[in-house]
Design a protein around this ligand. Structure first.
Ligand code: ADP
Ligand code: MG
Length: 496
């Protein structure tokens, strides 16, 4: 992989003493401002350590950043329409649900709700995060004419419709970096770290939904894991709700607790521990392990059929699957949903090649291409939360195993994006800071509230940046492989 003229925003060859001092200051800032997580190695309910971060903000082309921010409302509208298109969801997932048990269970809830007369609550709240990476494949693959510039385009990795995290840690990383660049003696850099109001925007979305539900005594329920490691990110949403709206209370419950203690009234209001639930914000429920028994599935169904406004409703959850992402990239589909040519072109521009592995001639051809050039692809199952994809040389034996069975319909293939590499110091708890080659992934947050026929609110609200070592396939921060980062805007052009 060659790269890039995107340079670090601060020279990295600083004296050891100065670096150590800066790192200590940054760690203290993180610890004392809730830029933290629970420890996975030695669990202690009462202790946090700082979340991994890179020391300096990462250079990112200003025009691409502006474009991704502007595009978010179009993506919000697209996903809202996709989520409400029964025929598209059903056709897209038809083969997948024959072999992917988890997606089938979600789909069964969707069907059951439909059979019972459709959702009790017509409103949905989509809290979305579109993940993007810059790509420089033209420089590497096709001998770009202006090679040596920076990047050729930017591409969507995925669009999250459930548990889109980092609404706090995203903006908080910008605050940390504002402090660090000043301590490093570069106050002139502040103007290039953009404002980031993701937390206020996402908390505002939950409050808007609560107001639409219109029951003064009702609460907002955060659906949470048994143990929440990314706890600051969630709790700061609660604090922000409290700051913006003194009237509403947030409660936190697990699927198991809802299964055991949740009830529906005759008019399908969801009651837990004597409190009526207006809005459900799911930070859990996207992975099979989170449904250990039928009780948790019953809880998911009960929430779905209830009058509470869900983020996400089951149809929004299904619209965020990798299979739907791949079907959306097929010719003519974006046009169908968006109509407007400028909008369609701008979304198409960020799609990479996405390929079906269904048992047909197209699927066979795609499978063969992946077997012949595995380094060019990422193989993805219908899962969220990181650590599920197959990369590079692992793709061949994996496909060899499933190529003659229907199991292959559970996967999609995607062109591998090759982002520019920028050096930075990675700072992790209990480890020396490490100067490393890094690549980054930008997430843009948006939310949309509406019914099948009408969108009431559609906003872009902020962003987050995650950075990982360039040779690592996946960089989940909570998984310990990635690091928090923020955007440093620079004026640079595409190479071609
Ligand atoms: P998940 O839903 O588990 O987060 P993603 O599709 O976001 O799945 O993939 C997880 C990670 O894998 C991404 O954050 C990114 O680092 C890497 N990744 C995913 N797709 C690609 C791709 N097409 N090219 C390069 N890296 C990718
Ligand atoms: Mg992801």
């Amino acid at each position: 992989m060659t790269s890039t003229k995107l340079e670090p925003c601060i020279p990295l060859d600083m004296e050891k003493e100065k670096l150590t001092d800066l790192v200590e200051k940054a760690k203290d800032y993180a610890l004392m401002h809730g830029i933290c997580m629970r420890r996975k190695d030695q669990f202690d309910r009462d202790a946090l350590h700082f979340a991994p971060f890179v020391l300096f903000p990462t250079s990112f082309p200003r025009n691409e950043f502006d474009k991704s921010v502007k595009l978010q409302q179009v993506l919000n509208e697209l996903m809202h329409k996709v989520a409400h298109d029964d025929e598209f969801l059903t056709t897209s997932l038809r083969n997948t649900i024959k072999v992917d048990h988890f997606t089938k269970r979600l789909f069964d809830i969707y069907e059951r709700v439909k059979k019972e007369g459709g959702p009790t609550q017509a409103l949905s709240l989509g809290m979305l995060r579109s993940d993007l990476m810059l790509d420089n494949h033209c420089c590497t693959d096709y001998g770009c004419k202006k090679a040596g510039k920076s990047y050729c385009c930017w591409k969507q990795v995925e669009l999250n419709t459930i548990a889109s995290g980092f609404g706090w840690l995203g903006p908080a990383s910008g605050l940390l970096h504002r402090y660090v660049v000043q301590e490093a003696g570069y106050p002139q850099h502040l103007k290039n770290i953009p404002e980031n109001n993701a937390l206020a925007g996402l908390a505002g979305a939950l409050i808007s939904a609560w107001r639409l539900y219109n029951q003064p005594k009702s609460v907002i329920l955060f659906l949470v894991e048994d143990v929440t490691y990314n706890v600051c990110d969630q709790k700061f949403h609660e604090f922000e709700i409290r700051r913006q709206c003194p009237e509403v209370f947030v409660i936190r419950r697990t699927l198991t607790e809802i299964g055991n203690r949740g009830k529906l009234t005759a008019d399908k209001r969801l009651i837990i521990d004597g409190q009526e639930v207006a809005v459900i914000y799911m930070r859990c429920g996207y992975h099979p392990d989170q449904y250990p028994t039928e009780l948790e599935w019953d809880a998911r169904y009960m929430m779905e059929i209830s009058l509470a406004i869900k983020s996400p409703s089951i149809h929004y959850h299904l619209a965020g699957t990798k299979k739907v992402q791949q079907e959306l990239a097929k010719e003519g589909i974006l046009e169908k949903f968006l109509g407007d040519k400028a909008h369609t072109d701008s979304v198409r521009d960020i799609f990479t090649g996405l390929y079906s592995l269904d048992n047909d001639t197209t699927g066979d051809k795609n499978l063969e291409n992946a077997m012949n050039n595995p380094e060019k692809y990422v193989l993805k199952p219908q899962r969220e939360g990181g650590g599920n994809n197959v990369y590079g040389e692992d793709i061949k034996p994996f496909l060899e195993n499933i190529k003659n069975s229907d199991e292959r319909c559970a996967y999609i293939l995607m062109d591998r994006i090759s982002p520019p590499i920028i050096k930075n110091y990675m700072v992790r708890p209990g480890m020396e800071p490490m100067l490393a080659d890094c690549i980054s992934e930008l997430g843009i947050f948006g939310y949309v509230i509406g019914t099948k026929d009408e969108i009431l609110e559609n906003k872009q609200v902020g962003h987050m940046l995650r950075t990982k070592l360039s040779h690592v396939n996946e960089g989940g921060v909570a998984a310990g492989l990635g690091a928090l980062d923020s955007v440093y805007l620079v004026d640079t052009d595409r190479c071609c």
